[in-house]
Design a protein around this ligand. Structure first.
Ligand SMILES: Nc1ncnc2c1ncn2[C@@H]1O[C@H](COP(=O)(O)OP(=O)(O)OP(=O)(O)O)[C@@H](O)[C@H]1O
Ligand SMILES: [Mg+2]
Length: 353
């Protein structure tokens, strides 16, 4: 049964902090509040908070302007200090699994276990050639200190983090259609879907099979990489570089440079997916859903389509919610939609409990 009540998702990203408040009292959740505040460069770097006190200030301002109704929040994280791996273990009862995972985890992660926060989920079961029953566990391990900076920022703003989740997991709730997420057995076998959120500094990749995230990759590159490259190499202002990314320039050299870099970037995404396929032997990827404002870069969907040979769909993170009384015009909301997959997905987390 779905829980009812109000739930708030906080996405502290490179270029902005995004917060969504969802009310889950009716059949369909209602997005009652949505706030975004831009961040200056350097406050969040590579998905990590450099200065918790400064982020606390931005959060306070967001709460003041948007009048969010709760102080309890669900926080998203994505950076190099979170490691996600899948591992195969002999089948065992849930009670034993926790200590077994903890026992085995050290060989999978480059963080001393006492400095890590561990979370895991069983994503598959199978039999070996020797008829041994096995299970696949998707494991996430995060540096305690990195998480503490986020927690300090929230506490500094008088907020109370009730859960922390990988951004890659959160976005599955907003980018996959809900009917699809809960497809019953008699429905058509949906196959796997690859979700890709491209932000300013980070790209989150998540492959979902039968409603369960099976593979996560975080690439430390996003839209800002292209801005910086164009402005460095061609001695352009960041504003001019943005114009090129939006396809508004006729400068041949600039467009060609951008094209090459996009191809290199989608190559990186392709190699991530090839790794997933080689690891799991899963070949049922049906489509790719893209999101994040960085994904709006000119020709990126086309190049992704070429490199992955899969249909590319533009994600609609508002598809699973009704819209409450939001202070935005439809045009403004449409513009915001690309960048809110994570905060909306975080707010929808309680729906599953
Ligand atoms: N119309 C557009 N065309 C191309 N790029 C765009 C467009 N609008 C925004 N961007 C780029 O999108 C990026 C911002 O996206 P987004 O808001 O999703 O990132 P973020 O959440 O702040 O960062 P991250 O998730 O990586 O920490 C910037 O690099 C910006 O230049
Ligand atoms: Mg983001």
């Amino acid at each position: 049964m779905a829980r009812t009540g109000t739930s708030i998702g906080v996405d502290i990203s490179t270029g902005s902090v995004k917060v969504a408040e969802v009310n889950i009292t009716r059949a369909e959740p209602v997005l009652n509040k949505l706030g975004i505040i831009m961040l200056p460069e350097g406050v969040v770097r590579d998905g990590e908070i450099e200065d918790p006190a400064s982020i606390a200030g931005y959060l306070k301002e967001l709460w003041k302007t948007n009048r969010f109704s709760r102080r309890k929040v669900i926080l998203g994280v994505s950076n190099q200090k979170v490691i996600v791996r899948s591992m195969d273990l002999p089948y065992m009862a849930e009670e034993e699994l926790d200590s077994a995972v903890r026992y085995q985890v050290q060989e999978f992660i480059p963080i001393p276990i006492e400095d890590a926060i561990i979370d895991f989920e069983v994503v598959d079961e199978f039999m070996t050639g020797e008829e041994e029953r096995m299970q696949t566990v998707l494991l996430a391990a995060a540096h305690r200190e990195m998480i503490q900076n986020f927690v300090d920022a929230l506490l500094g703003a008088g907020l109370n983090p009730v859960a922390v989740e990988l951004k890659a997991f959160a976005m599955t709730r907003s980018l996959l259609k809900r009917e699809y997420q809960f497809l019953e057995e008699e429905g058509e076998a949906p196959g796997s879907v690859c979700l890709i959120n491209i932000g300013s500094g980070i790209s989150n990749i998540c492959v979902v099979k039968e409603q369960t995230p099976r593979f996560v990759r975080m690439l430390m590159r996003g839209g800002d990489y292209f801005t910086k490259l164009l402005s460095d190499k061609l001695k352009l202002s960041p504003v001019d570089a943005e114009e090129i990314k939006q396809g508004r320039s006729t400068d041949k050299e600039a467009n060609a440079l951008l094209q090459r870099e996009i191809q290199a970037f989608v190559g990186e995404i392709r190699r991530s997916l090839e790794f997933y396929i080689s690891q799991t032997q899963e070949r049922d990827l049906k489509k790719v859903i893209i999101s994040g404002s960085g994904s709006r870069i000119i020709n990126l969907p086309l190049e992704l389509n070429r490199a992955l040979r899969l249909p590319i769909e533009i994600g609609h993170p508002l598809q699973n919610v009704q819209l409450g009384k939001l202070p935005y015009t439809p045009e403004e909301l449409a513009e915001m939609e690309a960048s809110i997959a994570v905060c909306v997905g975080l707010a929808l987390r309680d729906l599953e409990e």
